[in-house]
Structures are given as structure tokens and as C-alpha cells.
Design a protein around this ligand. Structure first.
Ligand code: D41
Length: 676
């Protein structure tokens, strides 16, 4: 069959693009487009070539797996090829995998799989001879890779010599070199501070760090290594199962995944995938899925390989977190304290299952640094419940019509001057509560759950009330809103109107701490509001406190003290407070307990693991009882509160013989006010 001209041209275009993206990705460690986009292009080319085999050329990117070798490093041929891994992108594909294997193996019961997270780093082969590290090579194309021995030797978790004894004379281990997220953030912060270009993600940072020609540079980079497989082994297999063999490694000084687990059958795989997925962002390193391997080596052998991938292993991938879309406009959002945040309006794009239409651009400095222009194709990243971010632009896809964004000098909502704040990065509207945007946000904050908790008074309703100038301050919620007035608004029934009025009435009975938090004083969060309430015991004392007196409150530093003082000096704020009190807001006077009389005074607690309530909430309650809540376990720690999947902190606490409380014990402690 002849190849239509257009198809042939398309294939050529695709090849040129893919080659270029490959080069940027593998050689420069600086990807131009997200992986998801790259995969789509490659897939399109594969489909085209499958339909028209005449289109296949020997140099087509479909004919090569992976990386173009750097000129600078010597090539090393792998004694045992480094295989690639098949993918499952859905539950269905994982099901198919397990069914296929069950049929091939002709087993009755469920297959046992070794499961572990799929780290997003670089695959490496380490060769030990007589217990000494002699060679480290990248995976390359699977047959030969680059000699990165000198660089790998600088990685602290790679032993230069194996510990103890019992290792085979020739031991090749395979694993991933990666950069933990904390180290990655620090590295990029430093790069930014030095005016250098930050890395796009931890994977690129790890790759870039490993491909340094000067090992002294690599040594400065926070790299780590974990093992997940084997290459050449003298004396044959180390054990009868994959997991048993891997578990021999730590005694020789080689790290393995702390998450390595054996699971049974499809159900076990799916549960493991779910479980790791739920902790994905707490792991401290980036993963892009989970790997399942048939644990029994006999079964592995009988399954064998297809092309270059073992039949007995699969990567169940998470949906891609990065996608590309067009930036349609940059709008400005005015926050509660007047801070101006530029927001990217996007052509809707599905990122990991959620349609994204907006992403934050943080501030003008960020827009300048990333050189984001209206009309650009931008890469959007959504990680967990974090607000979607514009990570970078795809510079070679920039249309000629793209326009630079200019920060206005006046508030888009009220026209007041914008002023540079503190470090000069944040712009702030100087309009205060004259600015309708700030008014809306102030009222939303006031009514929010952790402030006065007015149930049913949603954001949309508050927007409407402020826009119609019905309500201009929190106090007017109580003075102006009646069931009749509310029922007259859009999308508001009589019943909801009544409910909101009842909720308003109920919210009047509150606590001093909540009231202070609800006022929305800058830098005064829940914890500080609590400390203030506890320290002063009443509103009058706090309102008239000079800065020096405020500085005596635990957790209050000079900047916060200044904000608090300035807030209460403002006549407008005094009026709002007076009006709120006149409207009937009340709390029972808190007696000022002397700090040292609180039940948990002098006690230091540390929280770790996954807890069933937000940490901030628990922390606040503990602090209210006089406890200090610290981030790290030390000899001074009195209690460690350990949720599920507690890790190194729990181990350290046990070592230091610190009392460990589970969640039930914690709740008891809080209920009884300090008796564990
Ligand atoms: O964490 C990983 N990235 C990972 C990669 C892992 N945990 N296990 C892996 N296992 C294999 C086989 C089954 C072939 C031993 C892998 C990889 N391969 C792999 N990494 C890059 C290509 C293949």
C-alpha cells in the first residue's frame, strides 16, 4: 500500500519533534514539554508506522529505546541487559496482566507479587567485585550505558565496599538514583538565589547531577540510591524469591525500599497501589507509580521476556501530573489582606483526572522569571490537593502573538494604589476595606468554619451581598440580614434563608480565640489567636496592649506584634468590633490561667504519621493545654504521637525511649485535659 503524502509528512514532522524533545530531555536534562505530551507524539508515530510499515526508517525514534549517550562518558556494555518495564495505566490493564500470568503459569491460587513504589529517577547498575564497587553505569539503551562510576562514588547511600560477608564474588545490583524532594527544593532555591536556572523536576535534577563531568559537583547534590534488582551474579540466584534476595542487601550496606512488600494476587496489588497512592506526597521522594514483580524466581523464569521487558513485572502508573495547555489570560486576584496574586486562565485541560482552568502564578517576579506570556503553551502541574501551578512554558511553541504581561499600578477591583510589600515581591492593594475584594474575603474569613462558623453562608452568597452593597462589614451580617431579605436573593429559598439566619444567631456564641482569629488580623492564625486569648483573657486588655506587652505572648514576634497593635489602633476596626459586640457576639470570659499551671505546661510533643484529623487542629488543642509541639524528636521530647505509617521519628523515639502515644491515647489526653 502506498503511503499518502500527508501521512509521510506527518511522520517526518513527528520524528523531527521527537528527536528534538529527546535531545533536550536526555542530553540537556531540560525537557521542553511534559512527558505526557511526549508520549502522545511517540504513540502517534508508532501508530502511523504500524499502519504504513514503509514509513519506518532505521533512525526513527520508535526504533530506539531511551537515551542518546553523552559524548563525555565512556560506554559500558551491560553483562546482563537492563530490561525495561511494561506499563499498566488503568485497573483494567493490571487485571489483564494478572490474568495473563495466571493462565500462563497454570496456578490455581493467587500469584505472589513483590511490590514497591516506582521511583522517578535514573536506573543504574552497580558492579561489586570481591565486595568492592568497581563500576557504575546508567541504563542507557539497556544494552550499554555510560560509565558514571566516579560520580556514583560520591553518593552517600552507595557503599564503596560491601559490609559483613556472604555476598557473591561478583554482585551486580540494579536500582534507582533519585533526588529526595527536600533536597530538590533546596537545590532549586540555591539555583534561583544565584540567578541560575532551576531544574524542572527531581528526576531531571538527579540526571543532571549524575552527568556532571566534575564529580565534585555531583558530590554537592543530594542524591540517594535504592536497589530493586540484580544483574550478573557469580554463583547463581541468591534465594528462591525476588523479595528474599532483595532483603539480603541491607546487611551488605545496600539500601532497599522501606515500602517493599509481598502481596497476593490482583486484589493485593490493587490495595497496595491505593495505599501507596494515598501516601504518595508524604514519601519524601517522587514516584510515578508502583512496580509489581512475580516473587517466585522459578515462576519468573518460566514466564520469560517479550522483546526487552520481562513478562513477570509491570509498572502500574499514576496518571500524569503534568499536562500542557494554552494560557488565555492572566487575571489578578485580590486576597483578604490585599495581596495581589496573578492567576493564569487556561484552556481547560485534564490533569490527573481533574479539569483545570486556573493555575496560580504566585507573583510578578515569578512571571518574569519563568518568562510566561499570554498566549503561551504552558506546562501545568497538579500534585495531590495542591493548587495547580504553571511550572514552565514550552518556549518553542510560543506563538508570535504572545504578549508580555504587565503588572498594573492600581488595584483591579477598587483602583487604589498597589504598594510593594516587605520583601518587594508581593504587591498589595492599599484600599483596605474600601476595596470590595478585600471586603468579600474578610467576610468570608469571618464566617468560615474555623472562625465564627456561620453554616450555609457560602462564598457565592457573600460575593452577592457585597456586590449589592447589602453587607459591607462582618457586623452587618448580624444587623442587616433577615429571612425576607435573603429569600429575595438569587438562588435562595425561604428555607435556606431561615437556616442562614438561625446559623448567624448560633454563631454569636463563640470563644475569644475564634473571635480574634475571625477578625483576620495579618499574621494572626488560629494558634496565635489562641495564645492571645489565653494570655490576655479578655478583649479590652488586648485592644489596649502596647507592642511591648504583645511581645510577652508566646509565639508573638516583633512583626506580628506590630500588625496586632496597628489593627486595634485603626478606628475603623474599633468600630467594627464595637458593632459586633453590640450585635450580640459573646464568649464566656476566659480566666487567665498562668501558663505554668496548664496541664501540659513544660511538655514537648511531636506528631508523626498519618492522623485522622488535621495536624493544625491537634497542634492547636495541645498548645491550648500548654504543650509545646515540636517538629523533631530529641532527648527533650516527652511524647511522640504516632499515626499510621509513622517512620523514622517513631524509630528515633523508640531509641530514645520516648513515650509513644497512639491516636486513641492522644484523644484521651485531650479529653482529660492532660492525663495520658
Ligand atoms: O523504582 C523503579 N523505578 C523501578 C524500576 C523498580 N522499583 N523496579 C524496577 N524493576 C525492573 C525490572 C523488573 C526489569 C528488574 C525498575 C525497572 N526494571 C526499570 N527501571 C527503568 C527501566 C526498567
Amino acid at each position: 500500500m502506498g503511503v499518502p503524502q500527508t501521512e509521510s509528512e506527518r511522520a517526518q514532522t513527528l520524528r523531527a519533534k521527537i528527536d528534538r524533545y529527546n535531545y533536550h530531555y536526555y542530553v540537556l536534562d531540560d525537557p521542553l514539554i511534559p512527558d505526557s505530551e511526549f508520549d502522545r507524539l511517540l504513540y502517534e508515530l508508532q501508530q502511523l508506522e504500524a499502519r504504513y510499515p514503509d514509513l519506518v526508517t532505521p533512525d526513527s525514534p520508535t526504533q530506539r529505546v531511551g537515551a542518546k549517550p553523552l559524548e563525555a562518558f565512556a560506554q559500558i556494555a551491560h553483562k546482563v541487559p537492563m530490561l525495561s518495564l511494561g506499563n499498566a495505566l488503568s485497573d483494567r490493564e493490571l487485571e489483564d496482566f494478572d490474568r495473563r500470568l495466571t493462565e500462563r503459569l497454570e496456578v490455581a491460587g493467587p500469584i505472589v507479587y513483590a511490590a514497591e513504589p516506582k521511583l522517578d529517577g535514573l536506573a543504574i547498575n552497580l558492579r561489586y567485585e570481591s565486595g568492592v564497587l568497581v563500576e557504575a553505569a546508567t541504563r542507557g539503551d539497556g544494552m550499554q550505558g555510560e560509565d558514571v562510576t566516579q560520580n556514583v562514588r560520591t553518593i552517600p547511600s552507595v557503599p564503596l565496599r560491601l559490609r559483613e560477608s556472604g555476598w557473591p564474588d561478583v554482585l551486580e545490583v540494579r536500582g534507582e538514583i533519585y533526588m529526595p524532594t527536600a533536597g530538590f527544593s533546596k537545590l532549586n532555591e540555591t539555583a534561583l538565589a544565584n540567578g541560575e536556572k532551576p531544574f524542572a523536576n527531581p528526576r531531571n535534577a538527579a540526571a543532571g547531577s549524575l552527568r556532571q563531568l566534575d564529580p565534585r559537583v555531583t558530590a554537592q547534590r543530594p542524591l540517594a540510591f535504592v536497589c530493586y534488582g540484580f544483574g550478573e551474579l557469580s554463583g547463581g540466584e541468591l534465594a528462591a524469591t525476588h523479595s528474599a534476595a532483595i532483603r539480603l542487601l541491607p546487611r551488605w550496606g545496600l539500601r532497599i525500599s522501606p515500602e517493599l512488600k509481598c502481596v497476593a494476587g490482583l486484589a493485593g496489588c490493587q490495595q497496595y497501589f491505593q495505599e501507596i497512592g494515598s501516601r504518595r506526597y508524604q514519601l519524601g521522594y517522587e514516584i510515578d507509580g508502583v512496580v509489581f514483580k512475580v516473587d517466585d524466581l522459578q515462576q519468573q523464569r518460566s514466564l520469560g521476556f517479550v522483546s526487552r521487558a520481562p513478562r513477570w513485572a509491570i509498572a502500574r502508573k499514576f496518571p500524569a501530573q503534568e499536562e500542557m495547555t494554552r494560557l488565555l489570560a492572566i487575571d489578578l486576584q485580590v486576597g483578604r489582606t490585599g495581596a495581589i496574586t496573578p492567576v493564569a486562565r487556561l484552556e481547560p485541560v485534564n490533569v490527573a483526572g481533574v479539569t483545570v482552568t486556573n493555575a496560580t502564578l504566585h507573583n510578578a517576579e515569578e512571571i518574569r522569571r519563568k518568562d510566561v506570556r499570554v498566549g503561551d503553551m504552558v506546562i501545568i502541574r497538579r500534585a495531590g490537593d495542591v493548587i495547580p501551578q504553571v511550572v514552565r512554558v514550552a518556549p518553542d511553541l510560543r506563538p508570535t502573538s504572545a504578549t508580555e504581561f504587565e503588572m498594573p499600578t492600581h488595584c483591579p477591583e477598587c483602583g487604589s494604589d498597589l504598594i510593594k510589600d516587605g520583601d518587594g515581591v508581593v504587591l498589595r492593594c492599599s484600599g483596605g476595606l474600601f476595596c470590595p475584594a478585600q471586603r468579600k474575603e474578610a467576610i468570608k474569613h469571618f464566617a468560615s468554619r474555623r472562625a465564627l462558623d456561620v453554616e450555609g453562608l457560602g462564598d457565592k452568597l457573600i460575593d452577592q451581598l457585597v456586590e449589592k452593597r447589602v453587607v459591607e462589614s462582618p457586623a452587618e451580617l448580624y444587623l442587616k440580614l433577615t429571612p425576607e431579605l435573603l429569600a429575595g436573593l438569587e438562588r435562595m429559598g425561604e428555607k435556606s434563608a431561615n437556616n442562614i439566619c438561625a446559623a448567624l444567631e448560633k454563631s454569636k456564641e463563640t470563644t475569644l480565640a475564634r473571635f480574634l482569629y475571625a477578625l483576620g488580623i495579618r499574621e494572626v492564625g488560629e494558634a496565635t489567636a489562641h495564645s492571645l486569648a489565653l494570655h490576655f483573657g479578655n478583649l479590652e486588655g488586648l485592644m489596649s496592649a502596647p507592642v511591648e506587652a504583645l511581645l510577652e505572648v508566646p509565639d508573638v514576634g516583633p512583626i506580628v506584634a506590630e500588625h496586632i497593635h496597628a489593627f486595634f489602633q485603626q478606628p475603623h476596626n474599633q468600630e467594627v468590633i464595637a458593632a459586633l459586640l453590640a450585635a450580640g457576639i459573646r464568649w464566656s470570659e476566659v480566666e487567665t490561667p498562668r501558663a505554668d499551671q496548664l496541664p501540659l505546661a513544660g511538655k514537648t510533643l511531636v506528631l508523626t504519621g498519618t492522623l485522622s484529623r488535621p495536624r493544625a487542629e491537634i497542634k492547636e488543642q495541645l498548645q491550648a493545654l500548654g504543650a509545646k509541639v515540636s517538629g523533631s524528636v530529641s532527648g527533650k521530647t516527652d511524647y511522640l504521637v504516632a499515626g499510621t505509617d509513622a517512620g523514622s521519628k517513631l524509630e528515633k523515639a523508640k531509641k530514645l525511649e520516648v513515650t509513644v502515644l497512639d491516636e486513641e491515647a492522644l484523644e484521651n489526653l485531650l479529653r482529660t485535659g492532660g492525663q495520658p
